[in-house]
Write a protein that binds this ligand. Structure first.
Ligand code: FES
Ligand SMILES: [Fe+2]
Length: 358
């Protein structure tokens, strides 16, 4: 498949640009899973979820079941959540605290450092148990956020995302936040269409009335950085209840390939949006909220208002993205056009094409 076509924009000429047939082709998603998703950093949670020895949570990353655990020795580790005896998913709970993990099939047990504790159906010194431990996965922390990578040879998360760690330092409430809530929703569109939509705000004036009423669009800026981009603005001067808030602006990060981090005006908060492809035209969107409280029923009115605001904007976007997907498949449409303020989309498309070697 050749996808090299010259597209002219008002700013410059890009010799490689993504044709939208790449948003409707199942073979492209297979390549993306191999060359992008299985080689990228993925956010799995917040360090406060595994603060104490024995605390753990489970996650799914690029189709792999994972187990993140703080060992009895205080070390934080990530494992494939797969029993080495017969591949059974080891830990079924979403989160908890344990001294030992027990496989429900034949009762093998594992210590919190991933080593085998007991294999009841084998003699103790059976040589085939010598390498029977949980397989580890790369895990790194960035400003209290926990990232994993299935590629043992990947660059570190700090090397990958340039100065992102420095930029996140400005949000000094991040270490105090906790996992509050996660929800999913189905999107009838290719995962890249959602990223495209997130990476520009030309549509904000048309589609997001509450957003442009709250945030000062004269101050709205979009920056492209190493393997990530971010959009930022302050609240409008007439927003009296928000301008002295702990977060007095909107900050919207995108990390290649499929992660968005949003910080809305109000009390300390961050939410992640992860796009998990189901197939080339269906995606699960995973929304995770982090506030100072560890459950929804403990949220303050300000935090509830913030969630309502964020969800209103998201709903407006989902409808647009699903309408796009209908057009992507049309023979009337082949290539899109970039506006001068859509540099973050250009960056995203170039990173995808580079990763796929196109
Ligand atoms: S599959 Fe886990 S103990 Fe047999
Ligand atoms: Fe939007």
């Amino acid at each position: 498949m050749a996808y090299n076509k010259v597209i002219h924009t008002t700013e410059q000429t890009f010799t490689r640009t993504m044709p939208y047939k790449m948003f409707t082709d199942p073979r492209v998603l297979e390549e993306e899973m191999e060359h992008i998703f299985r080689k990228s950093w993925h956010l799995v949670g917040h360090a406060n979820q595994v603060k104490e020895k024995g605390q753990f949570f489970t996650a799914d990353v690029a189709g792999e079941p994972l187990l993140i655990s703080r060992g009895a020795d205080g070390e934080l580790r990530a494992f494939y959540n797969v029993c080495p005896h017969r591949a059974t998913k080891l830990e079924k709970q979403a989160a908890g605290k344990k001294k030992i993990f027990t496989c429900m099939y034949h009762g093998w047990t594992f210590k919190t450092d991933g080593s085998l504790n007991r294999a009841p159906n084998f003699p103790k010194d059976d040589p085939c148990l010598s390498d029977a431990c949980l397989r580890t996965v790369r895990l790194e922390e960035l400003n209290s956020l926990l990232f994993v990578n299935l590629d043992p040879n990947a660059r570190t998360v700090r090397e990958t995302y340039g100065d992102l760690a420095d930029r996140l330092e400005a949000f000094d409430f991040l270490p105090e936040l906790q996992f509050t809530h996660r929800k999913t929703r189905h999107l009838k569109a290719n995962w890249k269409a959602f990223v495209d939509n997130y990476l520009e705000c030309d549509h904000c004036h048309v589609a997001h009335p509450s957003f442009i009423k709250t945030l000062d669009m004269d101050e709205y800026q979009i920056f492209t950085c190493e393997n990530y981009s971010y959009q930022t603005s302050i609240v409008k001067p007439d927003q009296n209840n928000l301008k002295d808030a702990e977060s007095a602006g909107g900050d919207f990060f995108w990390l290649f390939p499929n992660l968005m981090l949003t910080i809305y005006p109000g009390p300390g908060n961050i939410a992640s949006i992860e796009l998990v492809p189901i197939d080339h035209e269906n995606t699960t969107i995973v929304y995770t909220y982090y506030f100072r409280e560890d459950s929804l029923d403990k949220l303050s009115q300000e935090e509830r208002d913030l969630m309502t605001f964020a969800e209103q904007v998201r709903q407006e976007d989902i409808e647009l993205v699903e309408l796009e997907q209908i057009g992507f498949g049309s023979q009337a449409f082949e290539y899109g056009r970039y506006s001068p303020s859509e540099g973050a989309i250009v960056q995203f498309h170039q990173l995808v094409l580079e990763a796929l070697g196109k």
